[in-house]
Design a protein around this ligand. Structure first.
Ligand code: FES
Length: 335
């Protein structure tokens, strides 16, 4: 089990540890003053596993930490994965990506996961803040490819600091609204959400403040999908009115490994399973990346993550073991 806050989260069903792969840095490019594009390929030139828009890979840093980065390349390109990484002062991932990588460097990466899924819709509203454009870029390309009606609101400090802006501006069937702070153009979130078409599927990724504003402005009937960098405040998730459930103990049965554990108050399922020798992949351990998502075979999860949609929570088929608990006395998991 690994434990680190991710820079750019997400990922789907996991029970056994995720397969890793050695990748080689093929190309590096400065796509904005503080943003470095990294193109990774199989060292032997082989095809890479597919990755849908919204997917990310987890890169193992030399010190053992794990960092998640959204894939921003073309999902149809099976020869390369591309990530774009903001240089965050003092960040371990930034230090590695910006300071240590060179063409030819090999890295170990977990294969793509995706819990920021791109679904079909007649029209899309994308809202990106800064480096939050990375998971949205393949979605905007896909929307344009499907001839869907799309609008991207792209909030940046300046046009010069907006990675991929030229490519986005050239995409058909939609438009980019640039909100550059140095030009005094700030996004009016409330007005934007209030005027969004009823059938628009809304995707948002960016700084916490932007996403919380979007979450707060969205009506209950609007379908808004977020890629959280850090756990959102309860109020911003719209959960403030939901009754808090106390942290009681419950039993977890691991169907595959045959292990049964009691998860005590104050202990996560992930921790309880780890102590019992049942390995489950994890990354953020804050309920935001999706790495520990696990299939629920029986029982009722108490979802406390920021990954699953309302519909997915209601379905109760999967849960995040790092933060979520149980409403039933017993859960049976596919681990
Ligand atoms: S480890 Fe990230 S959601 Fe559980």
């Amino acid at each position: 089990m690994s434990s680190t806050p991710p820079q750019t989260p997400r990922g789907p069903l996991t029970s056994p540890p995720t397969a890793t792969r050695t990748l080689r840095v093929h190309r590096l490019e400065q796509v904005a003053p503080q943003v470095r594009l990294v193109e990774l390929r199989d060292p032997d030139g082989g095809r890479l596993p597919p990755a849908e828009p919204g997917a990310h890979i987890d890169i193992h840093l030399p010190d053992g930490a794990l960092r998640s980065y959204s894939l921003c390349g073309d999902p149809a390109d099976r020869q390369a994965y591309r990530i774009a990484v903001l240089n965050v002062p003092g960040g371990r991932g930034s230090r590695f990506i910006h300071g240590e990588l060179e063409p030819g460097t090999t890295v170990t990466a977990a294969l793509p996961r995706n819990s920021f899924r791109f679904d079909d819709a007649p029209r899309y509203l994308f809202i990106a803040g800064g480096i939050g454009i990375t998971p949205l870029l393949p979605m905007v390309r896909a929307a344009a490819g499907r001839r869907a009606d799309w609008v991207l609101h792209y909030c940046v400090r300046s046009a010069a600091a907006a990675p991929f802006l030229d490519e986005l501006l050239a995409l058909p069937h939609g438009r980019v609204e640039l909100h550059a702070a140095d030009q005094g153009r700030r996004l009016a979130v409330d007005a934007l959400l209030a005027s969004a078409p009823a059938d628009a599927l809304i995707y948002c990724c960016g700084p916490q403040r932007l996403m919380q504003a979007v979450a707060a402005a969205a009506s209950p009937t609007q379908d808004v999908r977020f890629e959280w960098f850090t756990p959102p405040a309860e109020a911003a998730r719209g959960d403030a009115s939901e009754e808090a459930v106390p942290d009681g103990s419950f039993e977890v049965v691991c169907a595959r490994s045959g292990v049964t554990v009691t998860v005590a108050a104050g202990t996560s399922i992930l921790e309880a399973l780890d102590a019992a020798g049942v390995a489950v992949d994890s990354s953020c351990e804050q309920g935001i990346c999706g790495t520990c998502e696990t299939t629920v075979l029986e029982g009722e999860p108490d979802h406390r993550d920021s990954v699953l949609s309302k519909a997915e929570r209601a379905a109760g088929k999967t849960m995040m073991l790092c933060v979520s608990r149980a409403l039933s006395a017993r859960l049976v998991l596919d681990v």
